[in-house]
Each structure stands twice: as structure tokens, then as C-alpha cells.
Design a protein around this ligand. Structure first.
Ligand code: KG4
Ligand code: ZN
Length: 348
């Protein structure tokens, strides 16, 4: 029997709804909020107001695009956290009401688990290849940077993470220092395309083990630019492409060197003689420099890599729907008492 599941994502500044039939994607609608651009970052109160305005049309469109009736839905899955509490409350309240109104199960989804599970979203012909368990995922988003040992659709263990800023924050904060718009990641990515990545060697921290640190890089960008602006007030304008390319190279370099370590560590832990499959997920997995570096590792070092399609890299509800589907199969439902959480729950 086929099951239709509605997924709802409202953890930050994108209101999204998606419908899947089992693990096959039928629709994935995203309303982004431009209102934050002029503030150089997400303003939580404005985000929750925009979610309130967007959520009904977005869900309505997702159901219509999937070409189903809402009474055909088997369950509703929603992002419970982590994220902005006011934003999460909009999606959570809507999902609860929807589940109550249609008398269908309610499924809570962890946003970070969902980023990883985006690799299991199937296309209509179910021809896309998915990672094999256990595999290693580097989750790189605006709020998190983690190595996760993924043992099954529901069992995930964090084996390394950032001690301060997330990789996405390193992009966003560096962009802000250069006066570039929010979110800075895609802007830096674009400007880096025609820049020299070796022009400015920014600090790369030496943190032991599988943890990361990005705050030193941000400080080194800040002081370097401040000093150069004293000599040339147009330093940023004159060098923006090289600055972006060099910052991106530093972030990607940090991620890739740790990824080699993490892959070796997972191989040792699992006691196998081949490297695990290696996946990336989260907004920064959209970065063209990171994607290229992984493709090089595949070609030169034989890594079996999984890079999500762009639509599933940044926040989207398709990943929430597919994560919900795996919980649906286990009968893992929640009651109307469920409340969102702003901060990460520890490993599950
Ligand atoms: O996963 P996501 O959409 O939201 C969170 O869960 O945080 O990630 C957003 C982050 C932002 O920091 C944004 O600048 C970054 O992903 N990002 C990128 C790119 N696209 C989005 N960073 C670098 N290059 C990109 N192309
Ligand atoms: Zn995210």
C-alpha cells in the first residue's frame, strides 16, 4: 500500500511544504523570505510573521502540485527543532491542527537528521542511488557543522562538530565584513568563481580530532581587511573576487582535511577495509568549491561520494517528508502535547 506524507519545514527563514508517496517526491514548495536581506541576517520576529503569512498558501500549493486530495494523506511530518522558536511554532501548530482535523498521525522530525536523509529522496523512476549504511555524513549548515556516523535512517551518532561558528556562519560573517548581502554563502560562492583562491592565505586552525573551529578564520578575515582598508579605502571593491575565492578555499580546505580524518576514523571504528560512503548535507553542501573538492576526492582517491541536488541542500520540506516516512514505517508518532525545541537534542 502506498502512503502519502506531507512534510512541513519552518525552522528558519524558509517556509516549505512537500508531499511524498512513500519515498518518492511529488512536490516541494519553498517560499523564501526576502524581508531579512536589508538587516544582514534573519530577524526572528519577522521570520515568524512571514511563516504565518506563507504557510497556508505553501501547503495548499504543495498538495495541489502533488495532484492528490488532502484526505489521501496518511500522516503529517514537521520540523520540531532545532531552529528559531517562533518560526518552529508556526509549522508545529499547523501540523498539529492538520493532524487533528484529518485524524492522521503526527510525526516530529529533527532538522539535522532530515538534512542527512535528503539523500534518500527518490525521483519518480526511483533510479537515483542512495548511500549504504553505515556511512559518514558531513552536515554543514548555517547553525551546525558536524560529522555524523549514520547507522540507519533513525540511528545517527555525532562524532565531531564545531567548537564555535558553523561553516555557514563563517561564510555569512565573512560576507558581512565585506559588506555583501545576507545570506553570504551563495554570494561568496558566485564571486569566488572568478577569483584567485591562493591570493590571500587566511588562518586555518589546528584543532585536534574531528572537531572544527571557524572563529579564528573570521577574526583573521576581519583584521586583514581592516588593515588593508587603512592603506586602500577601496581594497574590498578592488579585490572582492580574490577575497571571496580565498575565504571559500580556506573554509573548504578545513572541511576537506577533517573529512579525510573522519573517513579514516569511521573505517577503523567499523573494522572494515574499505572507506565508508561519504555524504554531505545542509546549506553549505550547495557550495561549488566543496562539491568540486569532493568530486576530486572521488576521482583521485576513489571515495564513494553523495552530493545532494541543490534543491535538497538548503532548507526544504522534501527532506522532512522523507524523514517522516521512515518514522511512519516504525509507527513513531507524537501526541498533541509535543512542543518545538530551539536547540539541538543530543545524539539519538
Ligand atoms: O541548511 P541551511 O539552508 O539552513 C540551516 O539549517 O542553517 O543552511 C544555510 C546556510 C547559510 O549559512 C548559507 O550562507 C549557506 O548555507 N549556503 C552556502 C551556499 N548556499 C547556502 N554557503 C556556501 N555556498 C553556497 N552556495
Ligand atoms: Zn537547514
Amino acid at each position: 500500500m502506498q502512503h502519502y506524507i506531507l512534510g512541513i519545514e519552518s525552522s528558519c527563514d524558509d517556509t516549505s511544504a512537500a508531499v511524498i508517496r512513500d519515498d518518492v517526491i511529488l512536490s516541494n514548495v519553498i517560499a523564501s523570505q526576502d524581508v531579512h536581506k536589508i538587516y544582514g541576517g534573519v530577524v526572528p520576529e519577522l521570520a515568524s510573521r512571514a511563516h504565518q503569512q506563507n504557510i497556508i498558501p505553501v501547503i495548499d500549493t504543495a498538495i495541489r502540485k502533488a495532484n492528490i486530495e488532502k484526505k489521501e494523506l496518511s500522516a503529517v511530518a514537521f520540523t520540531r527543532g532545532p531552529g528559531l522558536l517562533g518560526s518552529l511554532l508556526v509549522g508545529t501548530s499547523f501540523a498539529k491542527a492538520f493532524s487533528l482535523g484529518l485524524n492522521i498521525p503526527l510525526i516530529e522530525v529533527d532538522h539535522l537528521h532530515a538534512h542527512i536523509l535528503c539523500h534518500f529522496i527518490r525521483n519518480e523512476t526511483r533510479t537515483n542511488v542512495v548511500p549504504s549504511f553505515p556511512f559518514l555524513c558531513l552536515t554543514v549548515s548555517g547553525g551546525h557543522t558536524q560529522f555524523v556516523l549514520v547507522r540507519s535512517h533513525t540511528q545517527m551518532e555525532i562524532i565531531g562538530e564545531t567548537l564555535d561558528d558553523a561553516a555557514g556562519e563563517a561564510f555569512d560573517k565573512s560576507a558581512k565584513i565585506m559588506g555583501l548581502p545576507y545570506p553570504g554563502g551563495p554570494v561568496i560562492d558566485k564571486l569566488a568563481q572568478s577569483g584567485d583562491p591562493d591570493r590571500f592565505p587566511f588562518a586555518r586552525p589546528s584543532i585536534p580530532g574531528l572537531d572544527f573551529s571557524f572563529s579564528g578564520l573570521k577574526t583573521s578575515v576581519l583584521y586583514f581587511i581592516r588593515d588593508e582598508l587603512r592603506k586602500d579605502p577601496y581594497f574590498i571593491e578592488h579585490n572582492v573576487n580574490d577575497l571571496c575565492a580565498s575565504i571559500q578555499a580556506a573554509i573548504v580546505g578545513i572541511l576537506m582535511s577533517k573529512l579525510s580524518l573522519a573517513a579514516a576514523e569511521v573505517k577503523q571504528r567499523l573494522g572494515t577495509d574499505r572507506l565508508p560512503d561519504i555524504a554531505i548535507a545542509g546549506g553549505v553542501s550547495a557550495n561549488s568549491g566543496l562539491r568540486k573538492a569532493l568530486e576530486e576526492a572521488r576521482d583521485r582517491r576513489g571515495w564513494n561520494i553523495f552530493i545532494p541536488p541543490l534543491a535538497y541542500s538548503t532548507d526544504n520540506a522534501a527532506m522532512i517528508a522523507v524523514a517522516g516516512y521512515f518514522k511512519f514505517l516504525k509507527g513513531d508518532f507524537v501526541s498533541q502535547e509535543v512542543a518545538p525545541y530551539a536547540r539541538s537534542l543530543r545524539d539519538t
